[in-house]
Design a protein around this ligand. Structure first.
Ligand code: SF4
Length: 461
């Protein structure tokens, strides 16, 4: 039995990093590592970094500086603390990290973290280890499966990465360079993981990937699958009550996926479908490979299959060359779709991407003004979307204790957080809830009937 050691993992950015952080913890567990929420008593600190936001690299170095102080304090007490940098900044910066930050012992890319036990052993012998080459082996085939206790601790909703990487090369985005080409996991491997999660009490699975609907993993029959087929297969896993997927590319929404929205009760009627801009000129400059009309056609097609389907999206304002008219086209697209929510950002150049080289940058004050206007329109639609549920009934998957005693919080089919007075025994079950009040961040409701779904295995039991 290995000596018990503590690992503190700090995760930045998207759900894929959250998932990767869990899998890092799983893969370190057989070597005796247990997760700790405290940086100061950790033997190993992993920064799982994100490259998407502005000044991402500088933020990582300042975070490393903070951890170095904890490492020095540990050394003064005669304890060794190892620092590892993982994720997209690790992938992009590689060797540069150990050159600039002497306190870092190990740099591991997003495709290599299955090798962590071996890399940590090498770093423990004083070697500065950098492993960012894309490996030949499939990390998912090698990673240790999560322990049942770890799954239970993480709750009844789980992310499962089914696809990684991106071949789209939008001109503003670093993902194709940091995560590499599109790769999909085989159906069999994903089904085994979801069965294991369901067996430990997970009731909702969100399939994730940079371009999740470009999924084309090997099917159980040996032929390439699609996301639609994968969802149909996973809907058969006993215990799985709800399925979601994110993030999709409009160009990869195929008929199979659209039909799944009509057929599968477990597939929730909420789709995150980034559009970035409502202007064809800007969409072309972004190399999005779809037009405004293409996007609206996909939305309309999905709504034919599932009329109550709600959409969220991502927007970039102030992309180089964006005029007031281009921006107005974005505002009108928000009105046309009526998004239930959206993330919006000001364009900021990412070094190494084609858009960063364009001279025609929009002045910062103009970008800020447009962002405010866009967010006001998005908020108006979000409020209208939520307001329609007052007094209505829907199913809520009760997730965990809420903010107040006696309250549970759960998710509606449309991903809204719903606070309900309900006994803890209902965690992991779907309850019929009447919405009594609509707040700015969540809805409030009252139980209005017996929970529908049988509780197969209690989460937390
Ligand atoms: S589709 Fe575009 S924005 Fe999305 S990950 Fe790929 S390159 Fe980035």
């Amino acid at each position: 039995m290995s000596r018990l050691r503590k690992v503190h993992i700090k995760s930045f950015g998207c759900q894929m990093n959250v998932y990767d952080s869990h899998r890092m913890a799983d893969t370190l567990a057989p070597s005796g590592y247990r997760e700790t929420a405290s940086l100061d008593d950790a033997d190993l600190v992993i920064l799982n970094t994100c490259h998407i936001r502005e000044k991402a690299v500088e933020k990582v170095y300042s975070e490393i500086g903070r951890i170095r102080t904890a490492k020095e304090a540990a050394a003064a007490q005669g304890r060794q603390m190892m620092i590892a940098v993982a994720g997209c900044v690790a992938q992009a910066e590689g060797e540069e990290i150990v050159r600039r930050a002497d306190s870092v012992d190990l740099v591991v890319g997003s495709q290599n973290y299955h090798r962590l036990p071996e890399l940590i052993a090498r770093a423990g012998n004083g070697e500065k280890v950098v492993d960012t080459e894309f490996p030949v082996e499939d990390k998912f085939a090698v990673l240790a499966a999560p322990e049942r206790t770890a799954i239970i601790k993480r709750g009844i909703s789980s992310f499962v990465t089914v696809q990684e990487g991106c071949d789209k090369f939008c001109t503003f985005c670093v993902v194709p360079y940091t995560r590499g080409a599109e790769v999909s996991r085989p159906v069999k491997q994903i089904v085994a993981e979801v069965e294991r999660l369901a067996d430990a009490g997970v009731r909702e699975v969100t399939l994730i990937g940079q371009n999740v609907n470009a999924y084309h993993g090997e099917g159980e029959d040996g032929a390439p699958s699609t996301l639609g087929k994968l969802l149909r297969r996973l809907a058969q896993v006993p215990g799985i009550l709800r399925l979601r997927y994110t993030t999709s590319h409009p160009r990869d929404v195929d008929e199979d996926l659209i039909a799944a929205h009509g057929d599968l009760e477990a597939l929730m009627p909420y789709v995150h479908l980034p559009v970035q801009s409502g202007s064809d000129r800007i969409l072309a400059a972004m190399n999005r490979k779809h037009s405004r009309a293409d996007y609206l056609a996909v939305v309309a097609r999905l709504r034919v299959e599932r009329p109550d389907l709600a959409f969220s999206s991502d927007f970039i304002v102030g992309f180089p060359g964006e005029t007031e008219q281009d921006f107005r086209d974005t505002l009108s697209l928000v009105d046309d779709v009526g998004f239930a929510g959206a993330f919006s950002f000001m364009y900021s150049p990412r070094p190494g991407t084609p858009a960063a080289e364009i001279d025609d940058q929009v002045p910062p004050e103009e970008k800020a003004e447009r962002l405010q206007r866009l967010q006001a329109v998005i908020t108006r639609h979000q409020r209208a979307f939520n307001a329609q549920f007052t007094g209505r009934e829907f199913d809520v998957l009760l997730d965990k204790p809420g903010r107040r005693p006696g309250q549970l919080v759960g998710r509606s089919p449309y991903l809204q957080a719903v606070q309900v007075i309900a006994p803890r025994s209902l965690i992991g079950r779907i309850a019929r809830v009447t919405v009594t009040e609509v707040g700015s961040n969540s809805l409030f409701g009252a139980l209005s009937g017996e929970p529908q779904a049988p509780q197969l295995i209690a989460a937390g039991a």
